[in-house]
Ligand binder design. Structure first.
Ligand code: ZN
Length: 336
């Protein structure tokens, strides 16, 4: 497959498509009311272990554990403790929840406050506005004050305790939820705020590399940045980000073997010193999880499958090394 084909296929198939993707999953996962629900195979909780059998702690740098997409076929409001129990069994020491709007950032902070430390899993979060929400922000009464509102949230008591980065913010030209001009303005204001507050940024970029990098670059001497759920198949774009000091977050999309979903070649170009792992749960179920899959929503407990895939593709280090290194990088990056 040529690299020119990949972006087009990615546009068709790419993720961060909550509505479509999860509806598809839900249709498969929820039996019709008249049917008797079949018992589903449990979601696997497989930690990465050392040669002596010791569990290596993992950090999922991007998850939305309070997402409504868990609720239809999970334990509703009680799904978080059981989800964290599975995460703990799979070796997760920290999960960073993703804020995508002001209200979802408030929810992320509240979730941290309510569940931090449950089953020994530390919860932290990001606070910010996703590019999909740029137009709704710029056409609301908050258009001139949204950055000041985010600042208030980050500087609140809970914000100081739990918020470790601004975001997710960036550009998405793949899906058409927000005008490009609105996305650029919302992105730029969040970068300015990150610089002012000395916070790292958790970045989203889909099919917008040139504008994304042009806007981001002037801020990089002053702020730390991670390109979350990096899916750009271009090695040249990746090198541009790495040369400018950007860190890379990889999700379960790297485990999707279907043509055009992910160019695994790029994994070999990312130094371990710049690499972090994430699930982007409830989305992006890693397709290297052994079948039968049963419940199809992704969870932080599946972070180890992303680690396994990275080690498999690289071939120059084992999964223990990938686990140790990505955890070390995430701790330093987010100040955990
Ligand atoms: Zn994203």
């Amino acid at each position: 497959m040529t690299l020119r084909v990949i972006p087009r296929l990615l546009r068709l198939a790419m993720t961060d498509k909550p509505t479509l993707q999860v509806q598809n999953i839900s249709r498969k996962a929820i039996p019709a009311k008249s049917e008797t629900p079949k018992p589903l195979p449990p979601i696997p909780t497989v930690p990465i272990t050392s040669s002596t059998g010791q569990t290596i702690p993992l950090i999922d740098i991007g998850s939305q554990i309070s997402s409504k997409y868990y609720r239809p076929h999970r334990l509703r409001e009680n799904h978080i403790p059981t989800l964290l129990e599975r995460a703990s069994k799979a070796g997760l020491s920290h999960i960073i929840l993703t804020g995508t709007t002001h209200s979802e950032s408030v929810e992320a902070l509240e979730t941290c406050a309510a569940f931090d430390g449950t089953h020994s899993v530390t919860l932290r979060c990001t606070v910010g506005i996703h590019p999909h929400r740029a137009t709704s922000t710029m056409t609301s009464s908050y258009r001139n004050t949204f950055d000041a509102e985010l600042e208030k949230l980050i500087m609140s008591e809970k914000g100081k305790k739990y918020c470790v980065a601004l975001g997710e913010c960036g550009l998405d030209y793949d899906r058409k939820f927000s005008l490009h001009q609105h996305q650029k303005e919302v992105f730029q204001k969040q970068l300015r705020l990150a610089k002012k507050l000395g916070k790292p940024v958790f970045l989203h970029n889909r099919n917008a590399h040139d504008d994304f990098f042009t806007i981001l670059k002037p801020y990089l001497p002053d702020i730390k940045a991670v390109a979350h759920c990096h899916t750009d198949p271009s090695v040249q774009h990746l090198k541009q980000l790495l040369d400018a000091g950007v860190y890379i977050g990889l999700t379960g999309i790297i485990c999707d073997p279907r043509e055009g979903r992910f160019n695994t070649e790029i994994i070999k170009y990312i130094p371990l010193e710049r690499l972090m792992v994430e699930t982007d749960s409830p989305y992006l179920f890693p397709r290297n999880v052994p079948k039968p899959w049963g419940e199809r929503n992704c969870e932080p407990c599946l972070t180890s499958f992303v680690v396994k895939k990275i080690a498999e593709v690289r071939g120059d280090c084992n999964e223990e090394i990938v686990a140790r290194k990505t955890t070390q990088v995430a701790k330093a990056f987010f100040g955990l």
